[in-house]
Ligand binder design. Structure first.
Ligand SMILES: Cc1cc2nc3c(=O)[nH]c(=O)nc-3n(C[C@H](O)[C@H](O)[C@H](O)COP(=O)(O)OP(=O)(O)OC[C@H]3O[C@@H](n4cnc5c(N)ncnc54)[C@H](O)[C@@H]3O)c2cc1C
Length: 404
């Protein structure tokens, strides 16, 4: 079966690429090969089902990996405003929320996928589902694409197969393996934007607790990255967007420690004076109730225990100065030994992929193989949490589409 342009992988980047390619070449035969029964499955789960489709503040600082050096070229051609315009033109209204995050006005990821599907249909892009690409043979002036539904021939192909992040949504790294077989160098995949497991787990009582905090990743004593936001405690891990953004840096950290600071705007002396004042007010209450006016009860109890204060059934008036000092220190220096990650199950994206210097950022064409284009997460780049990954998927897909 011969097609003019074949796009392998019908996710965010592949769909956008197919739309752009067919807009430019209405008479050419453009086809998407998708291994799952339908295209855009991951897109439907994005942004908790609301799809945070871009972020108005996107720039190179929001991206990591070897291609991040080249991201400016892609963002210059397709900045967030142009992605929004593109969606508006195909019938999707959008709105901006905090921190520049952009969502569909319907609050439904399904709206995003539907307008993309309608556009593919209107343009006449052929969408071939349940068709897994097993291998690509490069025959110098055409590619032979071997699938479980027969073989295809095309002069120009795009690989937009994503990574193995979130396998329950059908993700795997086989597309990237095919690129490796074709001669591309691959930076090893690693889970990013995911909860961080704590060695030995967390106290059971903390499960479900949420708290506003500053979180910081240290490699032993060296600060790697810090973020503010809401930390969520589960039975074994720390979660929340701020933690996700730290997880991205775990791959290069030898002895990772996550430090939580619950009153980060206050000095330790200030916290000591506050705690002493609370001690006066609460003197007749039990120690387990001591922090109730400052933190959620379960969080307060966990902090008291971690500071070594026991038993918690005694009166607050019995708290000694060294116990108050230890608690004050802990409130802004609550350290958890983090596990290095190897599980893609809860990862929103993976770092790693085809190394940056093997892809031309002006076209997304491979520098090794003419007429082979690579876009989306298969490229060694990953963005922070907040719409930056879809921004890259859409913009890199459009750049490839412009050059097919
Ligand atoms: C739960 C979750 C929430 C997220 N929320 C957000 C968010 O709100 N904002 C944001 O910016 N990012 C978010 N992301 C990240 C974002 O979804 C991805 O970065 C983006 O989808 C990557 O697009 P892609 O086209 O490269 O890959 P994908 O969207 O993963 O698409 C790849 C497609 O290729 C197909 N495929 C793979 N191999 C083959 C093969 N061999 N043959 C044929 N087809 C193949 C797959 O089935 C898939 O459909 C989220 C991710 C997850 C998992």
């Amino acid at each position: 079966m011969r097609k003019d342009i074949i796009i392998i992988g019908g996710g965010a980047s592949g769909i956008m690429c197919a739309i752009r390619a067919k807009e430019r070449h209405p008479n050419k035969n453009v086809a998407i090969l998708e291994k799952q029964p339908r295209i855009g499955r991951k897109l439907l789960s994005t942004g908790n089902g609301r799809c945070n489709l871009t972020n108005l503040s996107a720039d190179k600082h929001n991206y990591h990996g070897s291609f991040s050096e080249n991201i400016s070229a892609v963002l210059k051609k397709y900045p967030p405003e142009k992605i929004i315009q593109k969606f508006n033109k195909i019938g999707l209204l959008t709105k901006m929320e905090s921190d520049g995050r952009v969502y569909p006005i319907s609050n439904q990821a399904a709206s995003v996928l539907d307008v993309l599907r309608f556009r593919l249909e209107a343009l006449g892009v052929e969408v071939i589902c349940d068709c897994e690409v097993k291998n690509i043979v490069n025959n110098s002036n055409f590619f032979k694409i071997i699938t479980d539904k027969g073989n295809y021939i095309s002069e120009k192909i795009v690989v937009s197969t994503g990574t193995s992040a979130s396998p329950r949504l059908g993700a795997d790294s086989r597309g990237i393996n095919i690129l490796e077989k074709l001669g591309h160098k691959i930076e090893q995949l690693y889970p990013a934007l995911c909860p961080v497991s704590v060695k030995g787990g967390l106290p059971a009582s903390l499960k479900g607790v949420r708290a506003a905090a500053k979180v910081a990743l240290f490699d032993k004593d060296k600060l790697i990255k810090e973020e503010c936001g809401e930390v969520q405690f589960t039975d074994k891990s720390l979660s929340g967007i701020c933690v996700f953004n730290l997880a991205t840096y775990l791959r290069n950290t030898k002895s990772p420690i996550i430090r939580i600071s619950l009153l980060s705007s206050m000095s330790e002396d200030k916290i000591i004076s506050i705690l002493n004042n609370q001690k006066n007010i609460m003197k007749d209450r039990l120690c387990e109730e001591f922090l109730i006016g400052i933190f959620q009860k379960k969080l307060g109890i966990a902090l008291m225990k971690s500071a070594g204060i026991s038993p918690l059934s005694r009166k607050v008036s019995t708290l000694k100065d060294d116990e108050i000092n230890a608690l004050a220190h802990l409130i802004n220096n609550w350290d958890f030994n983090a596990e290095k990650m190897n599980d893609f199950k809860n990862a929103q994206v993976a770092s790693g992929g085809v190394v940056g210097n093997e892809i031309n950022p002006d076209t997304m064409e491979s520098r090794l193989i003419k007429n082979l284009f690579i876009c989306g997460e298969a490229v060694d780049i990953d963005g922070d949490c907040g719409g930056y990954n879809l921004q890259f998927a859409f913009s890199s897909g459009l750049v490839a589409g412009d050059n097919l």
